[in-house]
Design a protein around this ligand. Sequence first.
Ligand code: OKP
Ligand code: ZN
Length: 334
Amino acid sequence: MQIFFDDRQCLHNPARELHNGDWTDYYESADRARKIAGTVGAATAPADFGEGPIAAVHAPEYLHFLKTAMTRWREAGRSGDAIGYVWPIVRRRALEFGRIDAELGQYSMDASTPISDSTWEAAYWNAQCAVAAAHTVLSGEKSAFALCRPPGHHAGRDYLGGYCYLNNVAIAAQHALDQGRSRVAILDVDYHHGNGTQDIFWRRGNVLFASLHADPRTDFPFYWGHADERGEGDGAGATLNYPLPRGTTIEPYRSALSQALKKIEASAPELLLVSFGADTFALDPISHFELQREDYAVIGRDIAALGLPSVIVMEGGYDLDALGDNTTEFLGAF
Ligand code: OKP
Ligand code: ZN
């Protein structure tokens, strides 16, 4: 299986994050990608598909914000990473003014996603990995793996959050549609709900979004991912949420997965994109499911049994000791 990874993804390197009210080392470290790359096998650097595929998903003003945030943060006299600390409740009037502090709140959904020097460059090449993996599968390969880091599924059309800046899986899915595919499905098996992906395709009938995740009544991102969120307009019924309780083991996980897979099969997509997170692992430091290493092979086989051309995009997973092995188990099924 072809694997895409670019060393520049490691340039993004926030120093710390606000975690449950304390400052901690940044869980979403560059070492995550190095661990995966060191275990899954040889990776290729992606070709440069340009900004087009990114701009097909994200708002131009948001991309401008991402590219310039660090310079403006420095100009405001700040050292260290740029982090928002004031948010426009739901949506205030569309005020436009240049204050970086205000824009950090406008273009983000949480306080645990700092912008560091080179975040844009890292996110850009990260997205190129997802496009390259999609391109590979659109060209006839059965599957490909985008070793994305930072993750992407919490980032919306015009906001960052949950360690995510550009929505890699959404960019890959949109690229497939723009290359002539008419129906795609996204299956999100990260521990956390993929709110950004859901938001981006909320009104789209040609993109089925199905997500298995920790119940947002107890877990991040709280405000999305409840079972009654099903999409709207043309997208009504094309969003499927399977919230699961803390402590979930492979048996209940698999039965939810089989429901999601049936819906995906019934929607007859031409391409499957998987947001894969290994933070469902029992020893993950920020998550609360109970999956074991061998379970990733089982989940992988269940998904691969659909027989669909598949683009696998890396999302979360924070137990550095197990991350490479768990990911390898999952990919092995494809
Ligand atoms: C990203 B991905 C509260 C802070 C929550 C954000 C988690 C983002 C996970 N402890 N931090 O879905 O793995
Ligand atoms: Zn996650």
